[in-house]
Design a protein around this ligand. Structure first.
Ligand code: MC0
Length: 143
């Protein structure tokens, strides 16, 4: 069961500059940052609030680390902006299978490693009304 908006992924050309915009404009601070080589991104997670399912909601700022990454491709075509939305669940495997049975393409056979050690998969944007959609189970809370 999907129980929260885990994060909204925002693609940017310059992570440090974008982090500073969110700090100066809204007062949001970086909760966590990392490089995910597999996904080709450098990212900063800005925690917005804890959620009733034991998880939390974040803004995820994403800067590509290589030209052939999905975020670099998307930025070249669209410029900066909202790249994807992620729903949190205690059971990414079960929810992905359930959604797949409804005819939506799930992009990974098995969930991969996402931010903060989470397990993630993606749904194809063409099957989701133009919205790249991610499913996440957090490593820390299991939600
Ligand atoms: C591509 N499309 C999108 C989109 N990316 N539509 C909405 N939102 C997006 N973010 C559209 C394109 O405009 C195009 O439509 C069509 O999908 C095919 O895209 P493409 O540019 O030709 O590229 P593909 O087919 O090679 O790849 C698209 C696909 C890929 C969604 C399969 O981007 C993907 O595998 N994404 C999942 C992984 C990802 O994005 N990782 C980065 C975040 P038209 O109409 O022009 O044909 S990593 C992350 O977020 C992790 C670290 C975490 O949360 O913990």
């Amino acid at each position: 069961m999907l129980t929260r908006i885990d994060h909204i992924g925002i693609a940017c050309f310059d992570l440090d500059k974008t982090v500073e915009f969110y700090r100066a404009t809204y007062g949001f601070e970086v909760f966590h940052s990392e490089v995910n080589e597999e996904q080709g991104v450098r990212e900063a997670m800005l925690k917005i609030n804890d959620t009733g399912d034991g998880g939390a909601s974040y803004l995820q700022l994403l800067e590509p680390t290589r030209e052939d990454s999905t975020v670099a491709k998307w930025l070249a075509k669209n410029g900066e902006g909202v790249h994807h939305i992620a729903f949190g669940t205690a059971d990414v495997d079960g929810d992905a299978a359930d959604i797949k049975s409804k005819g939506v393409r799930v992009l990974y056979e098995e969930p991969r490693i996402g931010s903060m050690g989470s397990r993630i998969t993606f749904l194809h944007p063409k099957d989701c009304g133009g919205v790249l959609t991610e499913l996440v189970t957090s490593a820390t809370t299991g939600h």
